[in-house]
Design a binder for this molecule. Structure first.
Ligand code: ZN
Length: 274
């Protein structure tokens, strides 16, 4: 089986201890997708990996990779970008962890996705830079971009089922049909999925005009900069979180809330949850 020495930039999605001195690290790279590596001796103070493989950090790695293996042995790593702004800021740290967790869940080993990589590097810089009140809307924007990078951009301008132009008032949203749907299609989808016993959060649900406008605005953005990301309106939180979560779970085949944001909620910092 082919063995390639991969030298590349990578984002650390997560790192956990293995054995007495080593770490098991999940990396996301631009050209090689997700890689799981063992960093032997990484927890020894004098290790070349010491203080280097932290969640969300950008590193440059060297690692022999075999296509038929799930776990590779890291031979070198250096820090390209640490994230000091996250260290003493629980909400920022939690959103960075949630972004990494989301990419980990939705990506496959050895399957490159350049747009997904760019989404992740973009949002991590954004999380360091935006004001605290912008953090959640930044994350919503990230979720929309992730859906797009994975090939299932939600339709928001017309009925995803029959093509009718969306009315300005409240409408419906169906993850299974691909986004916003008109009243008739929404009702049919809700009834059909209920009969099949689909979980409640995956069925078509009502969507307010305000949430539709907010999501349409975010979907039209092309940058994570603080100038364009709005503050997340508190009254829209429950609805927008549920819409985005149901969409990504339906299409990404994942389920369950993001642990990092559950933790933030449990701390009382982030009312509600994604
Ligand atoms: Zn329709």
């Amino acid at each position: 089986m082919a063995r390639t020495l991969v030298k590349t930039d990578a984002i650390v999605l997560r790192a956990m201890r293995i054995g007495e001195t080593s770490k098991l690290v999940t990396l996301f790279t631009e050209h090689h997708g997700k890689l799981k590596v063992s960093a032997k001796g990484a927890r020894r103070p004098k290790s070349k990996f010491a203080g280097c493989l932290e969640m969300s950090w950008l590193v440059h790695i060297a690692c022999p990779v075999r296509d038929d293996r799930d776990l590779h042995t890291l031979t070198d790593a250096e820090i390209l970008r640490s994230r000091p702004a996250l260290l003493a800021d629980l909400p920022r740290l939690s959103y960075a962890a949630a972004a990494c967790e989301m990419v980990d869940r939705l990506s496959l080993d050895h399957e490159p996705n350049r747009r997904l990589y760019q989404c992740l590097t973009g949002v991590l810089v954004g999380i360091e830079e935006v004001a605290a009140v912008q953090l959640e809307a930044l994350f919503w924007y990230f979720q929309l971009r992730v859906a797009e990078a994975l090939g299932y951009r939600p339709e928001l301008s017309q009925c995803a089922n029959c093509g009718t132009t969306m009315p300005p008032e409240a409408t419906w949203f169906s993850p299974g049909l691909g986004g916003s749907v008109c009243r008739d299609c929404g009702r049919q989808a809700a009834a059909g999925l209920a009969e099949e016993g689909a979980p409640e959060y995956l069925r078509a649900r009502r969507m307010s005009a305000e949430s539709l406008h907010l999501l349409t605005y975010l979907q039209g953005l092309r940058t994570y900069s603080c100038e364009v990301i709005p503050a997340a309106p508190p009254e829209r939180r429950t609805e927008v979180r549920a819409l985005l979560r149901s969409f990504l779970e339906f299409h990404g085949g994942t389920n369950g809330r993001l642990r990092s944001l559950e933790f933030l909620d449990a701390m009382g910092v982030n009312a509600g949850g994604v």
